[in-house]
Design a protein around this ligand. Structure first.
Ligand code: PRX
Length: 629
């Protein structure tokens, strides 16, 4: 790709109510950032001291690029901080999890109850011969037991590898074998949009070819009379029943692995991202507290499944370490109707709502009438993650959902980073389209291929210049792949995203570097063209790809889904193309535009442009294990 390129920036911004700043954990971003820069180790040291450690660290950080060790020689258990620390305080009887099923049923577990269930299950795992360092795959629907299983593994030092319950047998098999998993925890069924998903059947298909697996624990959700089959199967409830609720939290070295989580690369097999106990705990605790600014009476609802990093960090570990109440649901945003999520916010009095742009655009498509039926006044803070939050979606989220009252934190981060890295801290001015600045604790920049910072308004590569506690430690079984993150632009961590900064250092993430199209010598980010299309009233979602073109090198093809009430026509196509021309100029106008009912997406909601492209060009799409059905 070309080195750098110019981007048009807008200056529109919003100022939150000054009261947010007054009560925030980080009341003054600039001062906090400067304090961090002055002494990064002291900064992290102070945060880490808010948590309980069995043994203190000799050094905060040891950096032998590209390998970092954090809280060197310290010992801890993350579940001690998520559970034991709270059950010995007034948080004991506070709800830890409030769960809603697909059919609307509800369950609440207090911190004490969660502590007991985790202890029981951890004891059960030990009784089955599972211990420190063993890999355990959790392939479950979004039920409290999924979280109990994760925490139980962490309690005994087993390394969990959560595989999202929406994945098929092939994807599961690859992940089981890559991590040489010893035990699998699954459920007989999951429920989604009123339908039953035969999870165990899918697991069995994968297990037929997963020789390392010795034990399979099955949660009986359907209430079926079927007993576990084969000698390696164990019933979840039986295991709980026969285990006492006392299982001491294993003492872990700060650098012991906590979990492996797979993320799909654009080529090759999925990468098993490895996170460790100490740094990950500190990073997720800190960001939950300071980015979401959680207070003791907050109810945090992060809509991600724990099977994704967003769920690991902001459904499970961060919020529980911070001692807040977590809301979760197995339900989907538009079932039984597009008011489902707003009803949940109203019923549970959710105060912090964290979701993805793809969901926000879907809500926009259904219109304002749905959220307006519900009382959303409990909301205090809104969050977004996973993709660029385009200005249109920002405005809608801000005005229709937040009633211009709630700050929006558009958080940029990755499976690999473990925690939030770039956002607009509560109380700071918000710029639609911009994620914001690196949070205190993170040094991020936009640079050219040689690592030189690019001037404001010029696009380049998003990099992180200093190690941070919750950074990935390696790619499981493939250290070479880990090193490529640090040697693409030598000395820096290359995120693989393109971005641009404005004069004040606000960063706009443009999309993945491989989503850049060079048209007649101009670099065009797919996200820019998509944002322009989505800013037209008729468009719900858009995906843009480059197609080889004899004249221009590449030509742009757009795929568009329409909002309710609009139908495809040549007139509409002409209007949409004109709209892009008006917004971005002639060079960015797609030469082809196709209407679609749906766009191919990953199960976490990211548009898979390379699938559209492969289809268009009749080539191999690469790894599609993360594609939605
Ligand atoms: O391209 C960026 C995009 O999602 C990628 C990371 O994906 P994943 O590992 O699945 O983690 C998603 C949840 C953290 C990034 O490289 N991305 C994530 N958040 C944002 C984003 N792009 C723009 N703005 C964001 N807020």
């Amino acid at each position: 790709m070309n080195e750098t390129f110019d981007v048009k920036l807008s200056e529109k911004h919003y100022l939150p109510d000054p009261r947010f700043r007054e009560t925030a954990w980080t009341p003054d971003y600039t001062a906090a950032y400067q304090a961090f820069l002055a002494d990064p180790e002291a900064f992290w040291d102070e945060i880490a001291r808010e948590l309980v450690w069995f043994e203190p660290w000799d050094r905060v950080r040891e950096w032998n690029a590209p390998y970092a060790r954090w809280f060197v020689n310290a010992r801890l258990n993350i579940t001690y901080n998520c559970l034991d620390r709270h059950v010995t305080s007034e948080r004991r009887d506070k709800p830890a999890l409030i769960w809603r099923g697909d059919g609307g049923e509800e369950r609440t577990l207090t911190y004490q109850e969660l502590f007991e269930d985790v202890s029981r299950f951890a004891r059960g795992l030990v009784s089955l011969g599972i211990g420190k360092g063993d890999r355990v795959c959790i392939y479950m629907p979004l039920v409290p037991e999924q979280i109990i299983a994760m925490l139980a593994c962490a309690r005994i030092g087993a390394v969990h590898s959560v595989v999202f319950g929406g994945f098929g047998a092939g994807a599961l098999r690859t992940r089981l074998n890559d991590a040489s998993v010893k035990a699998v925890i699954t459920a007989d069924v999951g429920y989604r949009r009123g339908k039953t998903i035969p999870l165990k059947e899918i697991a069995d298909e994968a297990l037929a070819d997963a020789p390392s697996v010795e034990v399979v624990i099955v949660l009986n959700r359907s209430g079926s009379a079927a007993k576990p089959g084969g000698d390696r199967e164990v019933d979840f409830a039986d295991l709980m029943e026969r285990s006492a609720p006392d299982c001491p939290a294993a003492s872990m070295d700060a650098e012991d692995p906590l979990f492996i989580l797979y993320t799909s690369g654009s080529t090759g097999t999925p990468k098993g991202i490895v996170h460790t106990c100490g740094g990950y705990m500190v990073g997720t605790y800190y960001t939950t507290r300071h980015v979401f600014d959680v207070k003791d009476d907050d109810i945090l609802w992060c809509t991600a499944d724990p099977g994704w990093i967003t769920g690991h960090s902001y459904v499970v570990y961060g919020p529980l370490a911070a001692g807040v109440t977590v809301a979760i649901t197995e339900g989907t945003p538009d079932y039984p109707d597009p008011g489902a999520f707003w009803k949940m916010i109203q019923d549970l009095k959710v105060t912090i709502f964290y979701t993805a742009p793809t969901a926000i655009r879907m809500f926009m498509k259904h219109g304002e009438a749905w959220p307006e039926k519900y009382d959303l006044t409990s909301l205090r803070i809104l969050g977004s993650v996973g993709e660029p939050l385009n200005p249109e979606a920002f405005e809608w989220y801000y005005q229709v959902i937040g009633k211009s009252r709630c700050p929006i934190v558009d958080t940029w981060w990755q499976t690999e980073t473990g925690m939030h890295m770039i956002t607009t801290m509560i109380g700071e001015p918000m710029l639609p389209g911009f994620a914001g600045k690196p949070i205190p604790g993170v040094v991020a920049d936009v640079v050219d291929r040689e690592g030189r910072p690019v001037p404001p308004g010029t696009g380049g590569f998003l990099v992180i210049k200093e190690p941070w506690p919750s950074m990935m430690r390696t790619v499981h079984g493939n250290d070479e792949r880990y090193c490529t993150y640090w040697n693409t632009i030598p000395g820096y961590y290359t995120a693989g995203d393109l971005a641009v900064k404005d004069e004040n250092g606000y960063i706009m993430v443009l999309g993945r570097a491989d989503d850049l199209i060079v048209v007649a010598g101009h670099n065009i980010g797919t996200a820019e063209v998509e944002s322009a299309l989505v800013s037209h009233d008729a468009v719900a979602e858009a995906a843009v790809i480059g197609k080889p073109d004899p004249l221009k090198g590449n030509a742009i093809k757009a795929f568009v889904t329409l909002r309710t009430g609009y139908t495809a026509s040549d007139d509409l196509t002409a209007a949409l193309l004109k709209h892009v021309r008006d917004q971005l100029g002639p060079v960015a106008v797609p030469s082809e535009l196709e209407y679609a009912d749906r766009l191919p997406k990953t199960r976490s909601g990211k548009i898979m442009r390379r699938v559209l492209k492969a289809k268009e060009l009749g080539i191999d799409p690469g790894d599609i294990s993360t594609l939605e059905e």
